[in-house]
Design a protein around this ligand. Structure first.
Ligand code: EPZ
Length: 431
């Protein structure tokens, strides 16, 4: 298994370009099959999750052409199956967006039931509730979700909680339903808005995305489009945290500052200076970071996908910080790994971490338990004194394109390695 070797203690300095939003891309690539004309999508991040979803789309018969490293053309005209195999779901849960896309277009869909994952049980009851409200019969049997509908009719749907996945999935099924649909308690994340904007560019009639009430007027069909995906809020936030933890000075380019407001606000509370341009933010890490408290919330609150990265920064912030995770039930699995690097962190009740800042972290060999926790361990290793080895970086590569290359561009000493020999060579080279 590939690993990262990192020599920490070097302030990150310079500029980094942010790629397309993974979580917007996964929704949009699935929605692209809902018409029978070519759909051209740009700014698609070249990461494992998007590549697996493109394989799944190809598998059911859509024509997928790679136009460039970050652009793809999809044509759903030749789809010959409504059944998405388990092999794709077990690799990425977001394959379940094909449920909404196929149900909306063909009134039937069969997608393997996504299991839980490292951060929580991840049920899909709200997806099922939404599809049934539109008139579909949804059966969960033999590990498959089977949705069928003679007709899809608009409905007034109240989600029990703000759920990104269910909001997007049900929105996709509703755009081709007969009549009007209202989604109450809808998720407001930037990638929900991006998915709605994409569908509207295909001829859908969606209003209110980005608020907690989304109104959809069903149309008979959708048409081809050209679309560019928004920048990745979480990739941007991750580099902002790396700048703060290493006391660096980093300009994060190709971002939408509005999407980063909760992240910037919290970094400013720790003493970081942040300046904004139209499509960039600049983070000046300070020699002394101060404690603050974090509570993850649906957008526009502090994003759960930034919780591990912020905790890595707070590990070095003077005083006691409290981080409360309200979205997922098991998102502190990395705490023990941080502690191996010298962090003083204690998890209580499963969803609250109490962090007493320490003056220094020391490099260690650690495991990435999931995507964002892996990114947090890289941040800690970049700030730590000495060498760290991060195992299981396949998780990190699910959501960060060229992560080590972009960090090297900021002066980090990090390399992807395959074996102990590579590690020794790196240490000899760096000294
Ligand atoms: C999306 O997951 C993201 N993934 C996650 O990012 C992100 O953490 C999450 O939204 C929250 O922002 C993608 O977009 C591919 P939810 P999703 O439905 O849609 C509960 C990353 O690191 N829930 O908003 O699965 C659920 O258990 C990943 O990029 C139900 O109870 O998240 C959770 O507690 C990790 N029933 C809460 O809602 C349902 O039917 C929020 O989940 C659906 C969700």
């Amino acid at each position: 298994m590939e690993q990262y070797i990192i020599k920490g203690g070097i302030p990150l300095i310079g500029e980094v370009e942010i790629g397309g939003a993974k979580n917007a891309a996964l929704a949009i690539l699935a929605a692209a099959i809902m018409c029978d004309e070519p759909v051209y999508i740009e700014n698609v991040p070249n990461v494992r999750d998007t590549n697996v979803l493109l394989q799944a789309i190809t598998e059911i018969g859509a024509v997928v052409e790679r136009i460039g490293p970050h652009s793809v053309k999809i044509n759903g005209k030749k789809i010959n199956s409504i059944c998405v195999d388990y092999e794709f779901i077990k690799k990425i849960r977001a394959s379940y967006y094909l449920l909404g896309a196929l149900l909306g277009k063909y009134h039937q869909a069969e997608v393997a039931l996504p299991g839980g994952c490292n951060i929580g049980s991840r049920p899909i009851d709200q997806h099922k509730k939404g599809f049934e409200a539109l008139g579909a019969e949804v059966l969960i049997e033999s590990g498959m979700v089977k949705a069928n509908a003679k007709r899809l009719r608009g409905s007034h749907i109240y989600f029990d909680l703000a759920t990104v996945g269910a909001t997007i999935n049900v929105m996709m099924a509703a755009v081709l339903a007969e009549g009007d649909t209202i989604l109450e308690n809808a998720a407001k994340e930037p990638h929900v808005v991006d998915a709605a904007n994409f569908l509207n560019s295909m001829g859908a009639k969606i209003k209110g995305a980005g608020t907690d009430v989304i109104r959809i007027r069903g149309v008979k069909s959708l048409h081809g489009t050209e679309y560019s995906i928004i920048p990745d809020q979480i990739e941007a936030g991750t580099f902002m945290m790396a700048a703060a933890a290493t006391k660096g000075d980093v300009i994060v380019r190709n971002v939408i500052p509005k999407h980063l407001e909760a992240i910037s606000a919290k970094l400013i509370e720790t003493g970081c200076q942040i300046t904004e341009e139209d499509d960039a933010v600049r983070v000046f890490g300070q020699s002394n970071l101060y404690h603050t408290n974090i509570k993850t919330l649906p957008y526009p609150g502090f994003p759960t996908d930034m919780q591990p990265q912020m905790t890595a920064v707070l590990a070095l912030a003077r005083g006691t910080s409290i981080v409360t995770e309200t979205i997922f039930e098991n998102r502190f699995k990395y705490a023990g790994e941080l502690a191996r690097m010298g962090a003083d962190i204690k998890v209580e009740g499963g969803n609250t971490a109490i962090i007493n800042g320490v003056s220094r972290l020391t490099g260690a060999e650690v495991n990435a338990p999931d995507l964002r926790a892996g990114a947090a361990l890289v941040i800690a290793a970049l700030a730590a004194e000495g060498y760290s080895v991060i195992d299981d970086i396949v998780y990190i590569e699910r959501g960060y394109e060229d992560f080590e290359i972009k960090l090297n561009g900021l002066g980090a000493q990090i390399q992807k390695v395959k074996c102990e020999k590579d590690i020794q060579k790196f240490k000899l080279k760096i000294g």
